[in-house]
Design a protein around this ligand. Structure first.
Ligand code: ARG
Length: 470
């Protein structure tokens, strides 16, 4: 029995059913139908522009492709696994609809450059969508930051109380991470915005095509330079997976903080009921499942990066079927980040911020110890190492009274060491401490407002066009 595949000319026997199951990418690459149809339309227009097809033929092909897109979108298209992939499913249907002319579409291209194009278009579109979500998240962080530049809480190192900071300052820290993520995606976009279509199987084509026409019509900067590299290059997907991994890592850090801050030990924030879950056994519980899941999702996102790195490792030049394994991980990472960014944004918008609890926490951990040492250096001309030592004694004394350093009276403080003058007591004030860190990038209310202004200015520029490269 003859093989009925589009490529079946040299085959005597039919493909086995299990081969279809193993070989086909259609169940997942049907997601690329829009990119596939767009690429084919532009390809046929290029062929007619170069006199390889007539205008009428290209028009018929484009109309047929539009019909196929409509059928898919209305759910009327039959995806048949024996068609193997989206490229052949669309081409087969095109021939059914427009007949012989449909058989001309595949002139001067191959599925190798076709899939490289479709997948690249998908990755670049997704790159843009993630950047839009990042901008929304950054806006939310800055809104919160702007209302909390005087909301004081313990800044930590090693998760131990360190120095007083304001909550807006911490929100700006996260905004800075997401700004870098945005810029990393913009860089990847620019690096990868080149069109592989027209590379054909691996070596280019004898037809007098115009790859620059195709590249321009599809919104690319230019065609890719080398046909063999173009059909096997998946760096664009790896760049994207890496960019998404870093976003996932940043989200997981913030999520961890949200879990801690919402616990009874901290109570710095209260997560809204609509983003919390209950326990099936403990009726009193309100669990932070949402930030925990946000934290956990990083695992699969890193996994997808490592999976593709491993698939690509050791592949000889040009197309190998191994690369068919490139898509599902990218789809998964994209969808994971898409929902994670949306839900993190909502979680932040709806959470309650508890300044009273934050302030109370500042009464523990001797947060102003560095300020006392700095005061002794600046006002009493005591060398820092010595000032550090005197302050250490004051901390021990406060602890012996079961007090925080900031709770010592001026008299108690002076009793620690004869070199401590009474006005050193002012250095123990939490607000004064926070506002004294007024260096560029510091935590004072003023320095935090400067950061918010810079980030808002960046946001303005990013919103006004960075995402419109194609
Ligand atoms: N389904 C294939 C993939 O996703 C398309 C390219 C197939 N090319 C080939 N020569 N078998 O990679």
């Amino acid at each position: 029995m003859k093989n009925n595949k589009l490529w079946g000319g040299r085959f005597q026997e039919k493909a086995s059913e299990i081969l279809d199951l193993f070989n086909a990418s259609l169940p997942f690459d049907k997601k690329l139908y829009k990119q596939d149809i767009l690429g084919s339309k532009i390809h046929s227009q290029m062929l007619s522009h170069c006199g390889i097809l007539t205008q009428e033929e290209s028009k018929q092909i484009c109309q047929g492709l539009d019909q196929i897109q409509a059928e898919i979108e209305k759910g009327e298209f039959t995806f048949d696994i024996s068609d193997e992939d989206i490229h052949m499913a669309v081409e087969k249907r095109l021939i059914e609809i427009i007949g012989e002319v449909g058989k001309k579409l595949h002139t001067a291209r191959s599925r190798n450059d076709q899939v490289a194009l479709d997948f690249r278009l998908f990755v670049l579109d997704s790159n843009r969508q993630i950047r839009v979500l990042l901008l929304e998240l950054i806006q939310t962080l800055l809104n919160i930051a702007d209302s909390h530049t005087t909301t004081i809480l313990p800044g930590m190192t090693h998760l131990q109380h360190a120095q007083p900071v304001n909550f807006g300052f911490l929100m700006c820290a996260y905004a800075c991470m997401f700004v870098r993520d945005f810029e990393r995606l913009s860089d990847s976009f620019k690096r990868n915005n080149y069109c592989p279509l027209g590379s054909a199987a691996l070596a280019g084509t004898p037809y007098k095509t115009d790859r620059f026409y195709t590249a321009k019509a599809l919104g690319f900067t230019a065609p890719t330079l080398n046909a063999t590299d173009s059909v096997s290059d998946r760096d664009f997907a790896l760049d994207f997976l890496y960019d998404l991994s870093l976003i996932a890592m940043h989200i997981s850090r913030m999520a961890e903080e949200l879990v801690l801050w919402s616990s009874y030990e901290f109570r710095f924030i209260t997560l809204s009921d609509s983003y919390s879950t209950g326990s099936s056994i403990m009726p009193q519980k309100k669990n932070p499942d949402v930030p925990e899941l946000l934290r956990g999702k990083s695992g699969r996102v890193y996994g997808n990066l490592f999976s593709l790195l491993t698939i690509m490792k050791g592949l000889p030049l040009a197309y190998n079927k191994d690369t068919q394994e490139d898509k599902e991980g990218v789809f998964d990472s994209f969808e994971t980040l898409e929902i994670s960014l949306k839900i993190l944004n909502d979680l932040l918008k709806t959470m309650q911020i508890n300044p009273k609890e934050m302030k109370e926490a500042c009464q523990k951990g001797h947060l102003t110890a560095t300020d006392l040492a700095d005061f002794l250096v600046q006002s009493c001309n005591i060398p820092f190492r010595e000032a550090h030592h005197i302050t250490g004694k004051a901390v021990t004394y406060a602890e012996s009274l079961n007090k925080d350093l900031s709770q010592l009276s001026a008299q108690e403080l002076c009793s620690v060491d004869s070199r401590i003058p009474p006005k050193a007591h002012n250095a123990l004030d939490l607000e004064a401490s926070m506002n004294s860190r007024d260096s560029y990038g510091g935590t004072s209310t003023k320095a935090t407002q400067t950061q918010i202004q810079s980030l808002l200015a960046w946001l303005q520029i990013a919103k006004s066009g960075e995402c419109n490269e194609r």
